[in-house]
Design a protein around this ligand. Structure first.
Ligand SMILES: [Zn+2]
Length: 162
């Protein structure tokens, strides 16, 4: 069993609507904050599954399972060797801040569209998927988007005839 060097980075705490993941120390931009590990293929999509391919959804182990969405998140995703994603600090994160990522950087399309309550100044208002993510947000995330989505052809080429 390998030691997960990120074990001391975060702790799980209650939030106003459930639980969330919070920084247990000051983190630097570029640090791997949480290593997300697949806990196996998902029988059905749900709030605690994560998409890893156009037809692939996995259950994700704690603490990554409890990461909440934000439209202006402090971490971004990078495919890892554990069947899911590493969550990388996009900027410096102070101890006790909540760790978030943008669900639209892993999910192609949302199964539900709950109103987003993230409170970010650039909040998009609802949690949809990558296919609905504005171009400027895709550019802002750069490489911190699921590899299967970055490799996808532009939507226009699959929906428009010649
Ligand atoms: Zn939002």
């Amino acid at each position: 069993m390998s030691i997960d060097m990120t074990d001391n980075n975060v702790r799980v705490q209650p939030t106003d609507n459930g639980r969330g993941v919070f920084a247990a120390r000051d983190l630097l931009a570029g640090e791997v904050v949480v290593v997300g590990r697949s806990a196996g293929p998902a029988a059905a999509r749900g709030v605690h599954t994560i998409q890893v391919g156009f037809d692939a959804h996995v259950e994700i182990a704690d603490p990554a399972r409890l990461l909440n969405h934000c439209c202006d998140p402090n971490t971004g995703v990078r495919d890892n060797a554990f069947g899911a994603y590493d969550f990388i600090a996009l900027r410096a994160i102070a101890r006790s801040q909540e760790i978030t990522f943008d669900y639209a950087t892993t999910e192609y399309d949302a199964i539900t569209m709950p109103p987003c309550m993230c409170g970010a100044g650039i909040c998009r208002g609802e949690i949809r998927g990558f296919r609905w993510l504005p171009a400027q947000d895709k550019r802002r995330y750069g490489v911190f988007i699921a590899a299967y989505l970055r490799a996808a052809p532009p939507l226009a080429s699959t929906t428009k005839g010649a």
